[in-house]
Structures are given as structure tokens and as C-alpha cells.
Design a protein around this ligand. Structure first.
Ligand code: GTP
Length: 342
């Protein structure tokens, strides 16, 4: 069975981290987020198709150097095709029923159970569902007791929401779903293809996942997922190799070769490899990119510092994204992910 992993997005909401790195390679507890996903694949998945575009070389290099015991195909789109277009573009590698997975979700979904659910329902398409309180920010599934989905309502007012369940970003699909998708254009699976399948087949189902689910779309959710996994694993901090820590760190993850000077305090921070944090620095709820230098007496809160940035002594920042280098050519200045432009 094949699994298409959608990993071609620009990750605009995770700027400036995604100016230098593919979103799916951003580390979570020092391991690329896509690897957390690959570790949840059941053994019947023997082939992984990576639907890539932006920063495809980084992704290809990573998978050339690391073996996950499954065949890996790097499927490079000529241009961003969206979630549907990227799935269609992988058609030549699909032999039958297959999975499509967003690479930016950390969750406790049991894919084996979801495939079983799909087969038992004789579904054409099944999607994972997750309950939320803030329904008005999402596409909400109109889901029946038996799991059948009869429609979606985009960003409903709470009183108009057909349920509390939203699309949780994992799909089990029959091969014929590919016939619904046009070749070579930007297509949203969620907004264009799923409604059509519901209308035509009435065999569209939702699998409610239990446990936890986090969409790593924003800097805040990126920090929160670290905090969540640290607490879940009952560890106070996570540290790579060769670190020199003279300060105190709490609910924090630091990469390899990181130095943290005397009297510095880190609380809910994510610090990438080779960062140098000076003395008497306070970092709270921030991400510090690779090779960054944060000089003494700085106080940084609720902020993200892109790779290779150097901050001078006494830098005070709150709610800032720091990037002083050129923006990569072709990087969009707005979110394009699932947004359809016709
Ligand atoms: P934002 O720009 O911050 O919205 O992030 P994104 O580009 O990752 O978009 P979004 O979060 O909507 O994407 C959901 C999933 O689909 C992620 O795993 C993306 O990598 C992937 N994705 C989005 N657009 C494309 C695309 O055009 N091609 C491919 N191959 N994957 C995509």
C-alpha cells in the first residue's frame, strides 16, 4: 500500500524558520516532523511518496541519508499543485487503495484502525476527524452517527455548526478518487474534490481519532507541540549532543552543540543546533534558529529568530519575528497552501 505524504508547502505561517528549511524537516524534539509521522505508518504501507516542491533538495538529501525500511519516492511537482493536485501528480505510483497524509500534524491516529474502518464501510474516501471548540475557524464535517459524512460547512458560526469535528489531515482513498482531480492545476482536495465525492458516491466517511492532535501550522503551535510532548513523556527538557548548559532550562528543547551561558533562563523555548546563548539571557516561549547568537543580557519573549541571526547585547524583543537576510526567491508573501486561486 502507498502513502502520499504532502510535504511541498511553503509553510508561510512558520516564517522565518521556513525561509531556510522545508517545513516537514523542522525538528520536533530534535527529529524532523515528517519522521514523527512516518513512525506512525502501519506495516502494510511499503511505499512512501513524498509530494514535494519547495526545498525538495533538502527533503531528498535527508531521505538519501536516512533509511526508514520502506521504499521512498520523491515526487517533485513542477509547481505547487495544492493538496489535490499533488495527490493527482503521484498517480503513476498508486496501485490501489492508498493514504494521503499532511506532514505537519502530530497526533495519536491509529492508521491501521482507520484503514479497517474504511474497508468495513466500503468507503470511497475516509478522513480522520478531530473535535474542536472553535468551529468557526475550520471546515466542519456534517457527520452522521455511523460515521458517514454528508457535507462540510466552512467556518460556521458555533450555532450553525453541523458537528464539532474537523478534517484532521489523514485520508484513506480508493484509487478512483484520482479520477476526480484535474491534472496539472492547483486543486484543493478539501474544498473541491471531497464535496464532489460526497455528492456522487454517498460513501464518504469520517474516522474520529482519540487521544491528541496538533496541527503544526503556526509558531505558537510549534512551541506548544514541544511542550505537550515533553509533558506527555514526563521530561522537563530535551537536549541534543555536545551541549554546554550553564543556565537553567525548563519545558525546553535544545539541539546539538548548543551553549547556554551562566544565569540564563530558558522557559518553553526551542533552540536549534549550534546556537550560542550568552549569559544572563532570558528566553520565554521562543524559537531560536540554527547558528544563532543571542548576546548577554538579552530578554526575548514570544518570538522567533531565523537561522544564522546574531542579536547584540541587551536585545529586548516581545512578539517579534527576526529575519535580516534576503527572502528566498519565489517564496510567497502570503499563505497559498490550501487557498484556491482561480
Ligand atoms: P502555510 O503556508 O503556513 O499555510 O503552510 P503550508 O504551505 O504547509 O500549507 P498547509 O498547512 O495548508 O498544508 C497542509 C499540508 O499540505 C502540508 O503538509 C503541506 O506541506 C502540504 N502542501 C500544501 N500545499 C502543497 C502543495 O502545493 N504541494 C504539496 N506537495 N504539498 C502541499
Amino acid at each position: 500500500m502507498e502513502a502520499i505524504i504532502l510535504s511541498g508547502g511553503f509553510g508561510t505561517r512558520l516564517r522565518p524558520l521556513t525561509y531556510t528549511k522545508a517545513k516537514s524537516l523542522l525538528p520536533i524534539l530534535n527529529k524532523p516532523m515528517i519522521v514523527h509521522l512516518i513512525e506512525t505508518l502501519p506495516k502494510e504501507v511499503n511505499k512512501i511518496i513524498l509530494a514535494v516542491n519547495y526545498r525538495k533538495d533538502q527533503i531528498e538529501n535527508y531521505f538519501n541519508e536516512n533509511d526508514f525500511g520502506k521504499e521512498i519516492i520523491v515526487n517533485d511537482e513542477p509547481k505547487p499543485l495544492g493538496t489535490g493536485g499533488a495527490t493527482k501528480f503521484a498517480e503513476k505510483h498508486i496501485t490501489g487503495r492508498f493514504l494521503v497524509l499532511n506532514s505537519d500534524i502530530i497526533c495519536s491516529l491509529n492508521l491501521k484502525d482507520m484503514i479497517k474502518f474504511h474497508i468495513n464501510n466500503k468507503a470511497i474516501a475516509s478522513i480522520s476527524l478531530w473535535p474542536v471548540e472553535n468551529v468557526s475557524e475550520f471546515g466542519v464535517a456534517d457527520v452522521r452517527e455511523n460515521g458517514k459524512i454528508v457535507g462540510f460547512v466552512e467556518k460556521p458560526k458555533p450555532e450553525d455548526a453541523p458537528s464539532e469535528f474537523i478534517n484532521a489531515g489523514a485520508y484513506c482513498l480508493e484509487k478512483k478518487v484520482l479520477d476526480y482531480i484535474d491534472t496539472g492545476r492547483l486543486v484543493s482536495m478539501e474544498k473541491e474534490i471531497f464535496p464532489q465525492i460526497i455528492e456522487d458516491t454517498n460513501r464518504f466517511f469520517g474516522f474520529k481519532l482519540k487521544g491528541y492532535w496538533m496541527d503544526i501550522g503556526r509558531i505558537s503551535s510549534y512551541i506548544d507541540v514541544h511542550r505537550f510532548l515533553l509533558n506527555r513523556n514526563k521530561i522537563k527538557k530535551f537536549q541534543g549532543n555536545n551541549c554546554k548548559v550553564f543556565g537553567t532550562i525548563k519545558e525546553t528543547c535544545i539541539g546539538n552543540n548548543v551553549t547556554i551561558g551562566k544565569n540564563s533562563k530558558l522557559d518553553c523555548a526551542v533552540v536549534y543546533d549550534n546556537a550560542l546563548i550568552g549569559e544572563n539571557v532570558e528566553l520565554s516561549y521562543c524559537v531560536i534558529g540554527e547558528n544563532c547568537k543571542i548576546a548577554d543580557f538579552s530578554d526575548i519573549r514570544n518570538s522567533v529568530i531565523g537561522d544564522n541571526e546574531k542579536l547584540i547585547e541587551n536585545t529586548i524583543l516581545d512578539n517579534k519575528a527576526v529575519w535580516t537576510q534576503p527572502i528566498p526567491e519565489g517564496y510567497p508573501d502570503k499563505q497559498i497552501g490550501n487557498v484556491i486561486e482561480k
